[in-house]
Design a protein. Structure first.
Lengths: 231, 453
């Protein structure tokens, strides 16, 4: 359902040409939990941005649910992003002036879902992450772990096929990180494909499949290889 | 759309200081533009526009050849002799009316109210047809009163309010220079933004008392409007403002303003007759040594006079141009502020993009944000423009030592709702166009770089 063939991404300045991703070939099946590891600057986030349709790529083909996204216009890409992909960021990226309810509502507004249906989905999503009772609260009134759960609820409210998480526990202490990971695993077990970029080998070991990116090149690795290569 | 408005509101709250700066910046520009536009529009609007093509004034230039006479403001007023000749010609018109401006102190015989100094018209009953104002009380004096020079007057609402507390004063007496003058009627002239009948076009006040010319002559009320003599020596000898009226009547000194009113259907034919008479009269007088100047006649319709007046409003035009320029600068500032604001909102824009907003949606959200800011600026600008017009009104009253009639001055410094509507639409259009580039830039934000960390 997610397939990349020879995908390359090059960043160019006047003097330098940087190959962020080189001829990436990847196929991800529905319901997989994939951890993407690699040293800083290796291209992990670029991979995630391209997978999430936030960045375009120079060469290759990328099929999302069978549709080649290489030449789609902005409107179609945005629609795919909204309907099929949920993002979870390290810094949560909640809107501080909006209540939890309103934060979760934002992607549903962009999809043009009716208010009654939005309400149902928001309540379900916040229920799932255990924050239904606090839907009128604001992000600043929550702990870091709770904020990340709201971000997960926001990502899930649109019922995406893919969850893309970029260091989802990077700003959390170990207890909260564990709770968030437990939640993400629950979501994955419920059928949502989870692609997670992380530096944390312990978290990466929870994934069903591990991918290593080094100098823009992507390889599948076994869990035993994580310790040696990830940092 | 309601939801997008909510998101625009969020964007607006992201950088409140920049939002406030944009509102204040625009409001200042709107205030100046609206204030000056309102003043210029009211100042230049025609006093009696519906008579623009039926009311005429004329002048005969008896000045020496070396005297500069370039426009109606410098043209000599009619002499008594020339006015008599015109009246005796029995030309066809709906009305003809002569007047001169005078001043005196008016009070009541029992001294029950403080006497006031007023400007007045020595005129004929035809003037009330020319002025075309409804009488609040009473009527104009009749031909018999006019001919006999009866001590009778029509007073203004302003004078009636002061002297008689605003009640019907017809039949009551006012006292001028110890003489009792019966009130025949009361008129309200404050509906005219400018006093046109004596060609002064002052917008401070109108005449408070109208008396028959013959009575004015009999009392020798001073001539305080424009008074000119053919030569300076003659002026010194005659002393036309306050000297003997009999000497003035026979001298080549002018003090009378004339108005002709025509029916539209016969206007052209009758105007031609008047012009022919004027030319013939000039030729006849030239044989007697008068009328040697190159500009011999002055002839304007009311509409033409107003076009001329607008040309003389040079300072107002400069202020108006200045206010437009300042608004232009405010628009340029707005572009800068919007660029800074949207730049500061990159993270929020990126988040919206990641959550599925396409570039068009981002542009709509930002246009809505601009719309809200502009609306706030317009509301603030209108409030400040109200205050500005009020301030200008009080400055004007102060400038005239509060001698001006407030109701009349107020007409120049009043908020114009039609202008406000046009201005509002213009501002939305101008700010919308100014916002195009910042909005376009904001929709091109690359989301990937802003969402890390």
């Amino acid at each position: 359902m997610l397939k990349m063939n020879e995908v390359s991404k090059i960043y160019r300045t006047d003097l330098i040409e940087t190959h962020a991703l080189s001829n990436v070939n990847l196929s991800i099946d529905e319901g997989e939990f994939i951890a993407v590891t690699g040293p800083s600057g290796s291209g992990k986030t670029t991979f995630l941005n391209i997978a999430g349709l936030l960045e375009r790529f120079e060469r290759g083909d990328y099929y999302l649910d069978g549709e080649n996204v290489a030449n789609l216009n902005d409107k179609k890409l945005s629609q795919l992003r909204n309907e099929k992909i949920g993002f979870i960021f390290q810094g949560f990226n909640l809107i501080s002036d909006l209540s939890l309810y309103d934060n979760v509502e934002v992607p549903l507004i962009f999809r043009g879902i009716k208010a009654s249906e939005r309400k149902k989905r928001i309540e379900e999503a916040l229920e799932l992450v255990g924050l239904a009772s606090r839907m009128k609260h604001y992000p600043a009134q929550l702990s870091g772990g709770q904020q990340q759960r709201v971000a997960i609820a926001r990502a899930l409210a649109g019922k995406p096929r893919f969850l893309l998480a970029d260091e989802p526990t990077g700003n959390l202490d170990s207890l909260m990180a564990r709770q968030v990971m437990d939640l993400l695993q629950e979501v994955n077990q419920a059928g949502t494909t989870l692609i997670m970029v992380t530096h944390d080998n312990e978290l990466a070991r929870r994934a069903g499949r591990n991918i290593q990116i080094l100098d823009g090149e992507l390889t599948d690795i076994t869990k035993s290889q994580l310790t040696d290569l990830a940092v | 759309m309601k939801e997008l408005v909510m998101l625009a509101w969020q964007g607006l709250k992201q950088k409140p200081k920049l939002s406030a700066l944009m509102v204040i910046n625009l409001a200042v520009g709107i205030t100046l533009m609206l204030t000056m536009s309102a003043i210029v529009k009211q100042s230049s609007s025609e006093v009696i526009g519906y008579k623009g093509d039926s009311l005429y004034t004329a002048g005969l230039n008896y000045f020496d050849v070396d005297e500069d006479v370039n426009d109606f403001r410098q043209f000599p007023r009619w002499t008594y002799q020339d006015a008599q000749a015109l009246q005796q010609a029995n030309l066809p018109y709906e009305y003809v009316s002569f007047n001169y401006t005078t001043e005196f102190i008016v009070g009541l015989a029992d001294n029950s109210v403080r006497p006031i100094s007023v400007e007045a018209s020595g005129t004929d009953s035809g003037m009330f047809n020319v002025l075309d104002v409804p009488f609040i009380y009473g009527t104009a004096w009749n031909a018999q009163s006019e001919k006999s020079g009866e001590a009778i007057a029509v007073i203004s609402k302003h004078a009636n309010d002061h002297l008689f507390g605003g009640v019907d004063s017809v039949g009551q007496f006012i006292q001028v220079q110890g003489e009792q003058i019966r009130v025949a009627g009361v008129v309200d002239l404050t509906r005219y933004k400018r006093r046109f009948q004596d060609l002064s076009f002052s917008n401070n006040y109108n005449h408070d008392v109208f008396i028959p010319l013959n009575y004015a002559y009999a009392q020798n009320f001073p001539r305080t409007g424009q008074v000119t003599c053919r030569t300076d020596d003659l002026y010194t000898t005659i002393s036309p403002r306050s000297g003997s009226i009999d000497m003035l009547k026979s001298a080549e000194c002018g003090y009378l303003t004339v108005w002709f009113q025509y029916h539209n259907d016969v206007e052209l034919v009758q105007l031609a007759e008047l012009k022919t008479w004027l030319n013939n009269y000039i030729k006849q007088q030239q044989a007697l040594g008068r009328f040697q100047h190159k500009n011999l006649t002055d002839f304007y319709s009311m509409g033409e006079l107003y076009i001329l007046i607008q040309r003389f409003m040079a300072w107002e035009a400069i202020y108006l141009t200045f206010s437009y320029l300042l608004f232009g600068i405010c628009l340029v500032n707005t572009v800068g502020i919007l660029l800074a604001k949207f730049q500061a909102n990159r993270k929020l824009i990126s988040l919206y993009r990641a959550l599925g907003a396409n570039q068009s949606v981002i542009m709509i959200i930002h246009f809505l944000e601009i719309l809200m800011l502009t609306l706030a600026a317009i509301v603030l600008g209108f409030i400040l423009a109200f205050a500005g017009l009020e301030l200008m009104f009080h400055l004007r009253m102060y400038q005239t030592d509060y001698m001006a009639i407030a109701e009349q001055v107020r007409q120049i410094y009043q908020f114009d709702s039609e202008l406000a509507l046009v201005t509002t639409l213009g501002i939305f259009l101008a700010v919308g166009l100014s916002g195009l580039y910042p909005v376009y830039r904001s929709s091109r934000v690359s989301p990937a770089s802003e969402l890390r960390g």
